[in-house]
Design a binder for this molecule. Structure first.
Ligand code: GLU
Length: 314
């Protein structure tokens, strides 16, 4: 039986509203520290074209590292598998902004979802252009995926991170020394900070993730990526999408997911659903406290998992 998603979504919104432990809002990007932690939203876009929403699903939030999924998709479209000469595909087991590992591994980031890897991806997407060209391309791509031209960049968040992103500057400069960042560091980081500052609601984000549940197809027709590429992006989300808590997320939730320090998570159930959850309070690993809890509950109630057969009647 297909689970009654409306009831499940309503139950999750009620449970999250009553939760005591809501985590801590990211404060290292000053603009994000101002966000009210009392919010929770969820949106589910299903493969049969439904969209279910609950809580603060229409409120825009900073997608931050979730943008790395879309940036990776663009970069693979530009340079294909050559990307893997510059970025690895292994879980990092380290914090999202770790510098130590980068030194040990000679300037080659473990994967495209830690900051160092995403900075190399931004360097690829820059491709000899000015940042505004690459940023414009990124924004158009996300709008196309979501089918919504209202998606925009929050300039205050981008400026806030530009003013305080000292660790990212260190990572980028370090990789520049290994020629793994090839454009001037300020241009690469300008691109990266702006992609992180894209603002989307849960509804927009769930819609934007549909190509990953549909084996690379755009729901309105045409193809975003090949089936093999969609599967590989999902594999990276599962193994690397939650930094050093990726194993725990796979254990608790069991589907590919990518988190951001804005408190959002995009999660994909291949062939079934694209899910966005958002709650700004983060757990100790920098992932949304309630977002993770909500996805755990959703996976349990629906039986959705990449590790078990489809629920009966599904
Ligand atoms: N813009 C953030 C940073 O580079 C992204 C981190 C995240 O969302 O995990 O620090």
């Amino acid at each position: 039986m297909t689970p009654d998603l409306d009831v499940i979504v309503a139950d999750i919104v009620t449970a999250m509203g009553a939760a005591d432990e809501r985590g801590t809002v990211a404060s290292y990007i000053p603009e994000l520290a101002k966000i009210d932690p009392g919010q929770f939203g969820i949106a589910i876009a299903t493969a049969d074209g439904r969209i279910l929403t609950g809580g603060d699903a229409e409120t825009g939030f900073s997608i931050q590292s979730i943008s790395k999924v879309f940036a990776l998709t663009l970069a693979l479209g530009k340079v294909g598998d050559q990307l893997w000469d510059r970025v690895g595909r292994e879980p990092s087991g380290n914090a999202f902004n770790s510098i130590v590992q980068l030194e040990q591994e000679h300037g080659m980031p473990r994967n495209p979802f830690i900051n160092a890897g995403a900075i190399v991806v931004a360097d690829v997407n820059l491709g000899g252009h000015q940042p505004r060209v690459a940023i414009g391309e990124m924004l158009r791509f996300v709008r196309y995926l979501a089918g919504d031209d209202e998606v925009a960049i929050n300039e205050a968040v981008a400026a806030s991170e530009t003013a305080t992103g000292f660790r990212n500057m260190a990572l980028a400069n370090y990789m520049r020394a290994f020629d793994n960042v090839r454009h001037p560091v300020d241009l690469v980081l300008g691109t990266y900070f702006h992609q992180c500052a894209i603002e989307m609601s849960c509804r927009q984000l769930a819609l934007a993730g549909r190509y990953l549940m549909l084996d690379g197809r755009h729901p309105e027709g045409g193809r975003v990526v090949s089936p093999r590429r969609a599967r590989r992006i999902n594999a990276l989300m599962l193994t690397c999408g939650h930094y050093d808590a990726s194993g725990d997320f796979a254990f608790r939730v069991g589907i590919p997911g990518k988190s951001g320090v804005g408190g959002g998570i995009l999660a994909i159930v291949p062939g079934r659903a694209s899910i966005a959850v958002w709650s700004p309070g983060l757990n100790a690993s920098g992932n949304s406290q309630l977002g993770t809890l909500a996805l755990e509950e959703l996976a349990q109630r629906t039986g959705w998992s990449v590790f078990s057969p489809p629920p009966e009647g599904d």
